[in-house]
Design a protein around this ligand. Structure first.
Ligand code: PLP
Length: 367
């Protein structure tokens, strides 16, 4: 048997026919952008998250870029994020001419180390970009305290955590701004690139709307330089199907991971610290193996999909070499990147696939 790490086609098949009828309608209407599907998605996603405003944009990378612009961040400013985040968390900071400042991964979760975060804040710091990696909520209560004391706003990157929550509140609704990639491999996903920005602050929302539409104040009157970033009607229509079943599909991920955890409890395979701050949605089902390469080779041979998120911390990427942060600068992020291995947890896995994955993993450690 072959078990994929993620098979998009299974869910896609379920909704393709109904969606294609809508696509036909969208195309024949000629209303491809800024139409009723985008508006409907923005309303339903903001209701789902419990926020006042949501703007659909073209990608998660754009969502981060526009959020930084909304705070007027630019040359000479610093934005703090964590070394185990994704490259798209750094790129927009670089693109606007600001300096990304890294701190290590927290010991307890996948967000920033709190002590290092406090120490990194100075007069130049204009935002803290917290990433809820792997579907696991970061320690928002403590991070928001740091934000309050320092006056530095928090942008939450919930691209990997649609539906994750802390004390009943959804991540992406807790900081000043929430950003989401809704790209094709996310828990809530489009059939191409897509993203969203959320906020309770009406002034910030108006500014983000303007920035995402070429800085236009009214038709052809541009009072600021902006960008072009819009969630199109075809993607919005698809996302509405996914949003309806997001919670039930997230629950299935939780159940699958719990099955693995129980089955592997006597193996030298350490589960992730998944729900220390709230409810995780298991964007990835990570375990730690100190012999990862041999384990990975075995899984590959047995055709069990697996991955690493991520195998290289940001400061060890060649693209980051300008900052001259040597290996060893963020030991927790580095150790994590060496040990982590993801097993299949997507909602449409069959019982046979789950059982087979469990038996293959157990066989490896029996050897
Ligand atoms: C945590 C995180 N932030 C940002 C992004 C960038 O999103 P996009 O690919 O939609 O530009 C991703 C996408 O993989 C992500 O995982």
């Amino acid at each position: 048997m072959k078990v994929p790490l993620l098979d998009l086609t299974r869910f896609n098949k379920e909704i393709a026919e109904e969606w294609l009828v809508q696509v036909r309608g969208i195309i024949l209407s000629g209303r491809l952008l800024n139409g009723p599907y985008k508006k409907d998605f923005e309303e339903k996603f903001s209701q789902y998250l419990g926020v006042k405003h949501c703007l659909g944009v073209a990608s998660g990378t754009d969502a981060i870029f526009l959020s930084l612009k909304a705070f007027d961040i630019g040359h000479g400013d610093e934005v703090i994020t964590h070394a185990n985040a994704f490259i798209a968390d750094i790129e927009p900071i670089m693109a606007i001419g600001a300096t990304p400042v890294l701190v290590d991964k927290s010991e307890n979760d996948y967000g920033p180390d709190l002590e290092q975060l406090k120490k990194a804040i100075n007069k130049k710091t204009k935002a803290i970009l917290v990433v809820h990696l792997l579907g696991v909520p970061s320690a928002m209560e403590e991070i928001l305290k740091v934000s309050e004391e320092s006056g530095v706003p928090v942008i939450e990157d919930a691209s990997q955590a649609q539906g994750a929550s802390i004390n009943g509140k959804k991540v992406g609704s807790l900081g000043k701004i929430g950003v989401f990639s809704l790209g094709p491999v996310k828990n809530l996903r489009a059939v191409g690139d897509a993203g969203a920005i959320t906020t309770d602050d009406s002034n910030l929302y108006s500014k983000i709307v303007q920035l995402a539409h070429h800085g236009e104040k009214s038709k052809y009157l541009h009072t600021i330089y902006g960008w072009n970033s819009r969630l199109d009607e075809i993607q919005a229509a698809w996302l509405l199907f996914g949003l309806k079943v997001l919670d039930e599909r997230n629950k299935r991920r939780v159940d699958i991971y719990k099955r693995y955890k129980e089955a592997f409890k006597d193996l030298p395979l350490v589960p992730m610290s998944e729900s220390i701050n709230g409810e995780s949605v298991y964007h990835q089902g990570i375990f730690y193996a100190n012999n990862r390469e041999a384990f990975k080779k075995y899984l590959d041979e047995k055709e069990i999909g697996n991955g690493s998120y991520y195998p290289y911390p940001l400061h060890t990427q060649e693209a980051w070499s300008h900052a001259k942060l040597p290996a060893g600068s963020f030991p927790r992020a580095e150790q994590y990147s060496k040990d982590n291995i993801a097993l299949p947890v997507f909602a449409e896995l069959t019982e046979e696939e789950i059982e087979y994955t469990i038996s293959v993993v157990k066989d490896f450690f029996k050897q």
